[in-house]
Design a protein around this ligand. Structure first.
Ligand code: HEM
Length: 516
């Protein structure tokens, strides 16, 4: 009996020691080794403290910046959105190391370095920071945004055909129909409420959610709404709380939120699982469905495609990724465009004139959209000033030899500050913070001094797969809005861009609408 007790105690001690060692290795030894290697390469940065890294300073600077927000509309947003990065850039340059808890991150806002990284590393060989893969698992699972290596190649190969121009073309009429419903709603609202003012952010986001529900999964308004609301709640739980991402056992500091995120993630999984099961059952009977899910299922089930087919869980993860990545980013691009056009009504007039010439009284046709050149410049300028995805991130899976003196060690997390580069006067000139769509007139990079300085959709093999879908939706929705309304900004609008994964106006976008 005593022997059994002794052995149990021994096993327990060994187990506890193993646990402690793995904690020490992952939270202390490996990060410190990576940090030392980065330092040896001449990379410095703000001094971290254990176990928060630089989180305290980041949180402090953010709250100082949000409490000092005012009502004037300036597009010089980098220092209010990321005050800590703006400060550290001044001290350490466009490449430095900072710490999220015990995770070192290489901050990059240097276009030339990105060019080098992009040419050295293929899409397959990039990883995503483990800390984000774990933290955002309820939202993206192992969908395309988070997958790595051979898995990423397989997923990207199966998904890419679903976004080809012919398939996207088939989605245009659904987009027109859904956006028209939104505009009818605006008309009803302003005639029945007696006020011309509407917060367009919510309604554009809901419409984009409906569009993605229909075009991606062929699901009706009600089922789409359910997923939409749960994803929204999940986003709030994950990003609106004062959390400690990267801090060892940080999740235990907010157990309620962690459990809530897990529960919501599971519920969304179940919703998509049942949609996929139903669709699999009905495959082969009736005419094939041309939404993204239908195309994925067909691509995944192609004879001889066994090595490439996606499991149900992988399909669920892709659906979550499309749903989230596919509606919010586009909705925010349209929202920021409304802000910029509401404050530059001369551009509204120019776009309306262009729509009259190109579309006239006809039904919108996808082929016409290419003729909306000025709208294209406005879109690019909005993506520059207010990129819906304010950053991209990567993890080096092997040492990257950047130059003779600089090697980025395997395991390094990389944070690419897209907003920082889009607002850098050295790349864009002194008028960097002005709204000037004409920069894009004869140059798809808007006159940026370096091609890698303009990255609204990321770069290289991992560039956004949904960008053509976004362009289509953006141009259709904006054409319809401009054809029915002129608008100005409401005096109640408070300019305070913030990030909840995507960049959004903190207090919505109240707009004063005038039916045409
Ligand atoms: C205005 C709209 C959008 C913006 C600004 C945007 C931006 C981005 C950015 C910056 C990335 C990271 C790229 C990188 O790491 O280099 C990305 C990746 C991705 N986006 Fe988008 N996106 C938009 C719309 C969409 C849509 C409509 C979908 C799908 C329906 C989508 C799906 C994805 C996916 C799956 C990835 C991961 C690609 C990969 O890692 O291979 N996005 N997007």
């Amino acid at each position: 009996m005593a022997l059994i007790g002794f052995l149990t105690m021994g096993l327990f001690i060994v187990f506890a020691l193993c646990l402690f060692c793995s904690f020490l290795l992952s939270c202390w030894v490996f990060p410190v080794l990576t940090y030392r290697k980065l330092k040896k390469n001449g990379l410095s940065g703000p001094t971290p403290s254990f176990p928060l890294g630089n989180l305290s300073e980041m949180k402090k600077k953010s709250s100082e910046s949000s409490s000092s927000s005012n009502n004037s509309i300036t597009h010089d947003i980098h220092s209010t959105l990321f005050p800590y990065f703006a400060r550290w850039q001044k001290a350490y340059g466009k490449m430095f190391v900072y710490w999220l808890g015990t995770e070192p991150f290489l901050y990059v806002a240097d276009a030339a370095l990105l060019k080098k990284l992009s040419s050295e590393v293929t899409g397959k060989n990039w990883g995503k920071p483990d800390v984000f893969r774990r933290d955002r698992a309820p939202m993206f699972g192992n969908g395309l945004v988070m997958s790595e290596g051979d898995d990423w190649v397989r997923h990207r190969h199966v998904i890419t055909p679903a976004f080809n121009p012919t398939n996207l073309k088939a989605m245009a009429s659904l987009m027109v129909e859904t956006a028209t419903e939104m505009l009818d709603n605006w008309t009803t609202q302003i005639t029945t409420s007696g006020t011309q003012e509407i917060d367009v952010e919510n309604s554009i986001t809901a419409t984009a959610g409906d569009i993605i529900a229909k075009t991606s999964f062929g699901i009706n308004y009600q089922s789409g709404r359910l997923v939409f609301e749960k994803l929204r709640a999940l986003q709030m739980t994950l990003f609106k709380t004062n959390r400690f991402v990267g801090v060892p056992f940080g999740k235990f500091l907010y157990p309620k939120k962690t459990l809530e995120a897990r529960r919501l993630g599971e519920e969304i999984n179940q919703l998509f699982s049942s949609i996929i099961t139903e669709r699999k059952k009905s495959m082969g009977s009736g005419s094939p469905q041309h939404d993204l899910l239908g195309m994925l299922l067909r691509e995944s089930d192609k004879p001889g495609n066994f090595s490439r087919s996606l499991t149900t869980q992988e399909l669920v993860d892709q659906c979550k990724t499309f749903f989230f990545g596919g509606h919010e980013t586009t909705a925010l691009a349209i929202t920021w465009t409304m802000l910029l056009l509401a404050t530059h009504t001369d551009w509204q007039d120019q776009l309306r004139e262009e729509i009259r010439e190109v579309v006239g009284d006809k039904e919108i046709d996808v082929d016409m959209l290419a003729g909306l050149k000025k709208m294209g410049w406005v879109m690019n300028e909005v993506f520059r000033l207010y990129p819906s995805a304010p950053n991209a991130n990567r993890q080096a899976k092997a040492d990257i030899q950047v130059s003779e003196d600089l090697t980025i060690p395997s395991g390094t997390n990389i944070w690419i500050d897209i907003v920082g580069m889009h607002h850098d006067p050295l790349l864009w000139g002194e008028d960097v913070n002005e709204f000037k769509p004409e920069r894009f007139k004869d140059d798809m990079h808007g006159g940026c001094k370096h091609k890698m300085g303009y990255l609204p959709f990321g770069f290289g093999g991992r560039m956004c797969i949904g960008r053509n879908l976004s362009f289509l939706e953006y141009k259709i929705v904006l054409t319809l809005i401009l054809s029915r309304f002129s608008f100005t900004i409401s005096p109640t609008y408070c300019h305070s861009p913030s990030t909840l994964l995507s960049m959004r106006p903190s207090y919505g976008l109240p707009i004063v609408l005038q039916p045409l």
